[in-house]
Design a protein around this ligand. Structure first.
Ligand SMILES: Cc1ncc(C[n+]2csc(CCOP(=O)(O)OP(=O)(O)O)c2C)c(N)n1
Length: 192
């Protein structure tokens, strides 16, 4: 399963969720799979995506929130898994697109050896699952309790067509609207 196929499967199982995607493959795959839906794409700020998703989940308790993470991203911010378990938002699911590499900086191995699901399982109050096919990925998104983490094992592919470096104004304006935040007078959607 490649990262776009995994993300298509996630979207099929949770089409109404609010999505936050970390920099790199997670952002490109979500842009590709959702035809540039109004999601929170990180163009930079490595290590901040799960923390951001915790805030989104707190402010939108009635919405399902899904955070798509690279394995390098989650490795950099592994402490945020403890925050996810400790704060235990009942509406937040983290999904690691685990390609075992820092893909966009040249494919250096993260040497995490697929241990994210086991690390999550060791934390009380955090559900944990693993998926390696699109069918399994959709099923796990549907049946994994929140808060939880799914390790989606994906292939290491070449660069995806959608640029991972997005315009923050474009991201924020559309995501605030998706969250139901009233538009600010100065907010003008720009190009990605
Ligand atoms: C604090 C910080 N350190 C390093 C980088 C450089 N950097 C950008 S993307 C990336 C790799 C991200 O790895 P992963 O989350 O696994 O995503 P993938 O590259 O596989 O898409 C790195 C190291 C950065 N943007 N910020």
């Amino acid at each position: 399963m490649n990262s776009v196929e995994a993300t298509v499967a996630v979207l099929a199982a949770a089409p109404e969720a609010l999505y936050v995607a970390s920099l790199g493959t997670a952002t490109s795959a979500l842009r590709e799979a959702s035809d540039d839906g109004p999601h929170f794409y990180f163009g930079g700020a490595m290590g901040c995506a799960l923390g951001c998703a915790l805030g989104v989940a707190e402010r939108s308790p009635e919405r399902d929130v899904i955070c798509l993470l690279g394995d390098g991203e989650l490795l950099m911010s592994a402490g945020s898994l403890w925050s996810l378990a400790g704060l235990a938002p009942p509406n937040l699911l983290a999904i690691v697109l685990d390609n075992s590499a820092y893909a966009i900086t040249g494919g250096q191995p993260t040497v995490t050896d697929g241990r994210f699901a086991r690390a999550a399982a060791a934390l009380d109050s955090l559900a944990s699952a693993e998926a390696s096919t699109p069918t399994d990925t959709s099923a796990r998104v549907a049946d994994t309790p929140r808060p939880g983490l799914i390790q989606a094992n994906v292939t290491l592919d070449g660069p995806l067509a959608p640029d991972p470096f997005v315009n923050p104004d474009w991201v924020l304006t559309r995501f605030e609207a998706a969250c139901g935040v009233p538009a600010r007078p100065d907010s003008t959607p720009r190009s990605p």
